[in-house]
Design a protein around this ligand. Structure first.
Ligand SMILES: C[S@@+](CC[C@H](N)C(=O)[O-])C[C@H]1O[C@@H](n2cnc3c(N)ncnc32)[C@H](O)[C@@H]1O
Length: 197
């Protein structure tokens, strides 16, 4: 199966996570990658080996990659993000806090294209009908209000958050791809972003 333009859910296999990255990476001039969840390096080996790439992880990892042991939120909040034009947020929980920091902090030059990849495992909070941190303003859901069966609207919520937060940051989405794993508990997204002129 292949990935598709971001519409409704699909039942693609895990390889789509790689396919989305390869497809969108090809559109980025001189890719320089910030891999915010470096982990065991599966994505790095398939997609980023040979490219300038800095990996971040909470755990100490020594396997030949260029890595920093740091909470990615701390790095995203404080580092110069202009040296990267590919941001990989391969979280197994929620990547949305990191996504919002990134949109807030990464300045875009006119004409510059940036790729962002996200993996969203259904957030525990959302399973319990609450909203992941920072997303309420983009969904119009007041603080303290819990929505029953929120997880049933996972795809819609993600699409709304991406569309509204991107627009609020003054960015256009040039291409959006999405896929999910066979169990349906992981969403994979790839976006090409550009400043609105
Ligand atoms: C899903 S794995 C990443 C898989 C990796 N992309 C790969 O291809 O093998 C999640 C990794 O992210 C790390 N992690 C989780 N939260 C983090 C955070 N806030 N900052 C940095 N690393 C984090 C975990 O320690 C774990 O190694």
């Amino acid at each position: 199966m292949s990935s598709k333009a971001w519409q409704s859910a699909d039942n693609t296999d895990r390889g789509e996570k790689i396919a989305i990255r390869k497809r969108l990476l090809a559109q980025i001039d001189a890719p320089s990658v910030l891999e915010c969840y470096a982990g065991d390096g599966a994505i790095w080996r398939e997609c980023y080996q040979g490219l300038p790439c800095l990996g971040l992880d909470l755990k100490p990892i020594r396997d030949g990659r260029t890595l920093l042991q740091v909470d990615n939120r701390k790095f995203l909040r404080s580092a110069d993000l202009c040296r990267f034009n590919v941001f990989d947020l391969d979280a197994y929980g929620s990547p949305w806090h990191q996504w919002l920091i990134l949109l807030h902090r990464r300045p875009f030059a006119a004409g510059e294209k940036v790729a962002v990849f996200l993996t969203d495992g259904l957030d525990f909070k959302m399973r319990m009908s609450s909203i992941p941190q920072g997303l309420r303003p983009y969904l119009g859901i007041p603080a303290g209000m819990d929505i029953p069966c929120l997880h049933a609207h996972h795809d819609f919520i993600n699409a709304l958050v991406v569309a509204r937060s991107t627009r609020a940051a003054g960015l256009d989405i040039l291409e959006a791809r999405e896929a999910q794993n066979p169990r349906g508990n992981m969403r994979y997204y790839g976006l090409i972003l550009k400043k609105v002129l």
